[in-house]
Design a protein around this ligand. Structure first.
Ligand code: CUK
Ligand code: CUA
Length: 656
């Protein structure tokens, strides 16, 4: 099939393409594959409106969870409508509900670097049971200040954040194993690791000898979901990029792409990087866990935060951990192997059968598909091509099933429909390419707008994908929507993959930058959704369960505790006196409602803080240190009833 992509490829010198990739330039012209379709008249299905229309009052078929990238949040969209249902704050303070501002949630954002109310969130991954999404939790990574968070899908709330020691750029993360035994997280940047716990102030020239990365093994409680860092593997500094795990026969394995096999401290010249190949690292996680359990792990000093919402009081608490156990791959035979991969690979994706590992080399002209069965044979027969840092390197030919030839330009990520097809995103040629796992032949292409990063098929990374839709998450929006000045929303596109040919259905703007996403059939999540908190189960130490119990109390010299209630349509107390300039005033507001969807908000004039939004039955605390004397109004911020405006009061602040 001769498409314009291939024509273009012949016309554009290879060096120029490499430069284009390296510089992040987009070759937009090449996305118009079929008959020169341009602009909005591309192959939009004629029944697209029907296919995505969810009538008023009706619910979507699927929940999708899109990473917010540099806004540190997760956004929840309904599919197929593309309607935004909720933004879940994770690593970033959120004025909308006071997350990260309220006393109850502040501890969630504590780290060994202090209070870090932002992160770069790339990869949401749903929890699994028997290799299928189970709708209980969503795990996400914080790329910048290495953290893994867990969102509880009963409340759509971030309930736990774990910082990772010995980590920098927590990018190949998080990967939950098939029964959530572990959530596995690998580093992008290598850093100097001092196993004795001294300073990490090391000359940058020592990259080769002293810098290492880490793969963290976070244990997950099978009932409660609570995380605990069990151990780490301290790996050579190859810059680990993405991870995905096996299933079926390869269930015990997890795979990582690496893009710095030179172990170079600078990647400035990556477009012409010296090594022809980098590696796919294969790690037997079951064996690693066994080594750790059987005493192979040593302990080193560490300093990292583990923040968790206490389930009784609903208040986040931080625990500081001081040690971590580690394994070294060179000491653990059979635990880790390197498979040669095209240079600067990005995505690694394992097909639903668990037999094929697809590695996308951003700069490569073909997509290698490795065979897990062959990998096992190669290990058994020691078909090694030497070793690197004590880790055996398998011979390329001995593990290769074959290559997808001329798939397009800039392959990044692959997902599967469970019907024998794979779909790969092409960043540079801006298209989704469908190919057959059986013979690796390309069978269809769909241009996307523009420069697609990840793509997502609901369950497309699990044993059983729901192969009906595909969402392309595109990096550059340009002319897709009405212009909004220089800063534009990123864009997602919904594609119907139920037939032979892909059909374009819908564009929808996203919240910040969606890298990856996950989706799940709504019936696995919706029935368990919490409607409100039961007031009589509220164990917050400063909760008041009835208006008669409210109080304003001075504690010690300059602390004032206001325990108050909110119910349609008043705040109690509504007139507060006895506060002085410089006091720390705690407003503990309990929402007495016992009804779905009746939150009350609370905000005070001049408080350099957000509001807090209090769900029915819950207690939230806003802290305020008044800087000047006067009378300050406070009010409910959420239009809760016809008498919402009446939910107000005053607080008087007197000079000290
Ligand atoms: S990465 Cu963004 S397009 Cu961080 Cu998963 Cu590939
Ligand atoms: Cu309560 Cu508005």
């Amino acid at each position: 099939m001769e498409t314009s992509i291939f024509k273009l490829k012949k016309l554009v010198p290879k060096a120029a393409l490499l430069m284009a990739v390296a510089a992040g330039t987009v070759l937009q012209g090449c996305s118009k594959t079929e008959g020169g379709a341009t602009g909005t008249s591309e192959a939009v299905s004629s029944d697209a409106a029907q296919a995505v229309y969810v009538a008023p009052g009706k619910h979507d078929e699927l929940y999708s969870f899109l990473s917010g990238g540099f806004n540190g949040q997760v956004s929840v969209y309904g599919l197929p409508s593309g309607r935004l249902l909720k933004i879940i704050p994770v690593f970033t303070q959120h004025g909308e509900n006071g997350y990260g501002y309220s006393e109850e949630s502040k501890a969630m954002l504590q780290t060994s670097h202090g209070f870090v109310p932002w992160d770069d969130l790339h990869h949401p991954k749903l929890s699994r049971t028997d290799g299928q999404t189970d709708g209980r939790w969503l795990f996400v990574n914080g790329n910048n200040t290495p953290r893994v968070a867990r969102i509880d899908l009963k409340t759509f709330e971030t309930v736990e954040i774990m910082e990772l020691p010995n980590s920098a750029g927590n990018h190949c993360s998080p990967y939950p194993t098939n029964n959530n035994e572990y959530v596995i997280a690998g580093t992008r940047f290598s850093v100097p690791l001092d196993m004795k716990g001294g300073t990490n102030d090391v000359s940058l020239d020592k990259y080769e000898e002293e810098f290492r990365g880490s793969i963290s093994f976070i244990k997950v409680d099978p009932e409660k979901g609570d995380m605990d860092l069990d151990f780490q593997i301290l790996v050579p500094g190859f810059d680990y990029d993405l991870a995905n795990g096996g299933k079926g026969p390869s269930e015990d394995w997890v795979f990582f792409t690496t893009y710095n096999s030179e172990k170079a401290g600078t990647l400035k010249e990556v477009g012409a990087s010296q090594n022809d190949r980098d590696y796919l690292a294969a790690v037997n996680w079951k064996l690693a866990a066994k080594y750790a359990k059987e005493g192979k792990a040593r302990e080193m000093p560490a300093n990292y935060y583990h923040n968790k919402i206490d389930k009784d009081s609903h208040i986040a608490k931080s625990t500081v951990k001081k040690k971590v156990r580690y394994l070294l791959p060179e000491e653990c035979p059979g635990m880790m192997y390197l498979l040669p991969a095209p240079k600067s690979p990005h995505g690694i994706d394992v097909d639903p059968s668990g037999e094929f590992m697809v590695v996308s080399g951003k700069l490569a002209s073909a997509i290698p598909v490795f065979s897990f069965a062959k990998m096992q044979d190669a290990i058994k027969n020691k078909q090694f091509d030497g070793e690197k840092n004590g880790i055996p390197v398998l011979k390329y030919e001995s593990v290769l099933k074959g290559e997808v030839k001329e798939p397009g330009l800039g392959p990044l990520h692959t997902e599967f429909d469970g019907k024998g097809n794979a779909y790969t995103s092409m960043f540079v040629s801006s298209e989704i390419v469908k190919w057959k796992l059986k013979d690796l032949n390309v069978v269809d292409r769909m241009p996307v707008y523009y420069s697609v990063g990840h793509l997502m098929i609901p369950g497309g990374d699990t044993k059983e994908p729901h192969g009906k839709y595909l969402v392309a998450m595109n990096k550059i929006t340009k002319d897709r929507y009405l212009p909004t000045g220089p800063e534009l929303a990123h864009s997602a596109q919904l594609i119907d993959i139920s037939g032979e040919k892909m059909k374009m259905l819908l564009d929808f703007p996203t919240v910040a930058e969606p890298h990856y996403a996950q989706a799940i059939i709504a019936s696995k999540v919706a029935p368990n959704s919490t409607k409100f908190y039961k007031l009589d189960e509220n164990k917050h130490p400063h909760a008041v369960k009835k208006e008669a119990d409210v109080s304003v109390t001075r504690e010690g010299k300059n602390k004032v505790r206001v325990k108050m209630t909110a119910i349609r349509s008043h705040m109690t107390p509504d007139n507060i006196e006895g506060v002085q300039v410089g006091d720390t005033v705690y407003f503990h507001v309990t929402n007495l409602e016992q009804d779905w969807d009746v939150p009350h908000g609370f905000a005070v004039m001049g408080a350099n803080n957000a509001e807090t939004l209090i769900m029915p039955g819950a207690t939230q605390t806003l802290t305020w240190v008044p800087k000047k004397a006067g009378v300050f109004p406070f009010y409910c911020t959420d239009f809760c009833s016809a008498l919402h405006q009446e939910m107000q009061g005053y607080i008087r602040v007197s000079p000290k």
